[in-house]
Design a protein around this ligand. Structure first.
Ligand code: GSN
Length: 220
């Protein structure tokens, strides 16, 4: 064992990408077992590594952690990205769940039938512009970070969501100048800057191969 956390997931973003973002932003090196075959998944199932027979799973500090939120809470807490008290944590949780609401349907897009994708893309865009991004734009009026005047998990999650939205629609971010500035600012944080460079463990947009691999391994 190297002592580095080890991530078990597919070779794509899905539910694991926010975990990769959080570790990378915290400056923590990690290893990955990228699942390409059903045999790899069966091995994890058979040796009892997956509490609910699901990935993501992260081996960290002697724990086989599953459930994405449990994983994220543990890492955010361990690396001081989860506020200084219960109240700050509540704000971080609210803001993270808001950006998770933006990201979840984007993550799901690749798995939708072709005929449903256009409508879903329009729906995501509408909610992002009219419901979610205005909240963060307003919060950043008088502060550089969302909570407690320092970088937290909420900021890292927001940056991930901004980049995902930008990848999908080029005309959304220009409507939110503070989010644009936030993106530019936080992208310069050295650990994040490194993660954004080509060759990092950041995963690319889902392609056909990724969708087929997931469907084959999970048999759906
Ligand atoms: O958030 C979580 O980690 C869990 N509540 C859900 C995890 C989950 O659904 N994992 C999928 C693969 S990732 N894509 O959604 C999974 O392992 N499904 C297999 C199964 O039998 O549920």
């Amino acid at each position: 064992m190297s002592g580095k956390p080890k991530l078990y997931y597919f070779n794509g973003r899905g539910r694991m990408e926010s975990v990769r973002w959080l570790l990378a932003a915290a400056g923590v090196e990690f290893e990955e077992e990228l699942l390409e075959t059903r045999e790899q998944y069966d091995k994890l199932l058979n040796d009892g590594s997956l509490l609910f027979q699901q990935v993501p799973m992260v081996e960290i500090d002697g724990i086989k952690l599953v459930q994405t939120k449990a994983i994220l809470h543990y890492i955010a807490g361990k690396y001081n990205l989860y506020g200084k008290d219960l109240k700050e944590r509540a704000y971080i949780d609210m803001y993270v769940e808001g950006t998770a609401d933006v990201m979840a349907p984007i993550i799901g897009l690749a798995f939708l039938p072709e005929a449903d994708k256009g409508k879903q893309r329009d729906l995501i865009k509408d909610k992002t512009i009219n419901r979610y991004f205005p909240v963060y734009e307003n919060l950043l009026k008088d502060q550089d970070y969302l909570v407690g005047n320092q970088l937290s998990w909420a900021d890292i999650h927001l940056l991930e969501a901004i980049l995902m939205v930008e990848e999908l629609y080029s005309d959304v971010l220009p409507l939110f100048p503070r989010l644009q500035a936030f993106k530019e600012r936080t992208s310069e944080i050295p650990t994040i800057k490194k993660f954004l460079q080509p060759g990092s463990q950041r995963k690319s947009k889902p392609d056909e191969k990724y969708v087929t691999t997931v469907k084959t391994i999970l048999r759906f």
